[in-house]
Ligand binder design. Structure first.
Ligand code: S3P
Length: 454
């Protein structure tokens, strides 16, 4: 449990940085490549613990997954329909995406698999994938409350279903679509509220037959099984959810003018840019282009005097992982920021409404926790006091709480102490050094700081 104090920025954030590859896209690239027969390569793969859990699982299913010396990854697929039964339980660590998507894969293969995870993942609801996958024929035994550890036996053949998502979740959508890949016939997912569409985009690239339409304002996705996937060379764009911490940091540290290169700008992920702009942030998109079938741009972010705003709940899914960082921006804005419709934040790696309300309050911000969102009264640009001597923000095994409060530390008087920076390695190895480099922070401050993680 490495504790750490993130100190006030001693300089504006300037220059150019690049963030690691997109986590959602990295998981999918490994899984889909593992379902082909032949060799795929992946450039820019995120080498965070969550993605490495997916890589290990794909190996257990019979794929060969290797990192080359130049940092590219090669995958020799096991082939859809030919996944092996894992010899041991699959340890999913902290990763909800690995768990839910891989459960979808197992659901239509005649194999048995056991999924385990850390304390955070073992609290998270799996019923949302168990329900549709059981309808497709999978037999699933979960722990009380529909949680991990969980053992499942896939169905061969599985039964195609039509499933209307009861929660806006790309993980549930993807689990059903992945199960549909090896299910004869058409599996249909109806999505009343659009969520990230990386699965649809990338499956098409790997040769799956998908039809995407709209009925009564709802997205309808048909996938044809059994699919014949072909190998693909994938380049993973930078993760907008990792860029988020630097977007907020540059917006709130006076004098900052930072370019974040190669950031994924898929509209289903870019809600934070819109929300920050609504508050007066200065973010420009430079050099827009396409990488790996995804829109990408370099983002230039300059410090701005942010003003409180009421955030439209419809923007929620497109910035679902960015709220912890966004709350820090709100804490530094002038006036009140209101968010609502965010019940899903309570079932992420932590209860992010409770965790961020407590963390911001400890750092001297004014945050009110409501059932479905936070209301934050901003400081008007004044630095936050920082955590009191001896007190530490509780991160609850949640990487995004740790990184958001690190950013709050930059804009504080005395720094923000965090109980555990370990979880940062799940999604953003190298975060602390990149932040300290960008903000020219002193490398150590005796008594206030332990080693710099990752
Ligand atoms: C993800 C979907 C989202 C997101 C998660 C990654 C994905 O989860 O919060 O970090 O890669 O599909 P939900 O599907 O639970 O909203």
């Amino acid at each position: 449990m490495p504790a750490h104090t993130f100190l006030p920025a001693s300089a504006p954030l300037t220059g150019r940085i690049a963030v690691p590859g997109d986590k959602s896209i990295s998981h999918r690239a490994l899984m889909f490549a593992g379902l082909t027969v032949g060799r795929s390569t992946i450039a820019g793969l995120l080498e965070g613990e969550d993605v490495l859990a997916t890589a290990a699982a794909m190996r257990a299913f019979g794929a060969r997954v290797e990192r080359l010396e130049d940092g590219a990854w090669v995958v020799d697929g096991a082939g859809l329909g030919s996944l092996l039964e894992p010899a041991q339980a699959l340890d999913m660590g902290n990763s909800g995406t690995s768990t839910r998507l891989l459960m979808g894969l197992v659901a239509s293969h005649g194999i048995t698999a056991t999924f385990t995870g850390d304390a955070s993942l073992s609290r998270r609801p799996m019923e949302r994938v168990i329900t549709p996958l059981a309808r497709m024929g999978a037999a699933i035994n979960a722990s009380p409350g529909g949680t991990l550890p969980l053992m499942m036996r896939g169905a061969l053949p599985a039964v195609p279903i039509t499933y209307r998502l009861p929660v806006a979740s790309a993980q549930v959508k993807s689990a059903v679509l992945l199960a549909g890949l090896n299910t004869p016939g058409i599996t249909r997912v109806i999505e009343p509220v659009p969520t990230r569409d990386h699965t649809e985009r990338m499956l098409e690239g790997f040769g799956a037959r998908l039809e995407i339409g709209e009925e009564g304002g709802e997205k309808v996705i048909d996938i044809h099984g059994e699919a014949d996937l072909t190998p693909l060379d994938v380049t993973v764009p930078g993760d907008p959810s990792s860029a988020a911490f630097f977007m907020v940091a540059a917006s709130i540290v006076p004098g900052s003018d930072l370019v974040i290169e190669n950031v994924g700008m898929n509209p289903t992920r870019a809600g934070l840019v819109e929300a920050l702009r609504q508050m007066g942030a200065e973010i420009t998109e430079e050099n827009p282009r396409e990488v790996g079938g995804e829109p990408v741009a370099d983002l230039r972010v300059r410090h701005a005097h942010l003003k409180g705003a009421e955030i439209d709940p419809a923007l929620g899914p497109a910035m679902i992982d960015e709220f912890p960082a966004f709350f820090v921006a709100a804490a530094m804005a002038e006036g009140t920021t209101t968010t609502s419709g965010l019940e899903e934040l309570r079932v992420k790696e932590s209860d992010r409404l409770a965790a961020m309300a407590a963390a911001l309050t400890l750092a001297g911000a004014r945050a009110e926790e409501h059932e479905d969102g936070l209301v934050i009264h901003g400081s008007g640009g004044e630095p936050l006091p920082g955590t009191p001597e001896g007190a530490e923000v509780a991160t609850h095994l949640d990487h995004r709480i740790a990184m958001s409060m690190a950013v709050a530390g930059l804009a504080s008087r005395s720094g923000v102490a965090i109980d555990d920076t370990g979880p940062i390695a799940t999604s953003f190895p190298g975060f602390a050094s990149l932040l300290e480099e960008a903000a020219a922070q002193p490398q150590s401050s005796p008594g206030r700081k332990s080693e710099i993680p990752g």
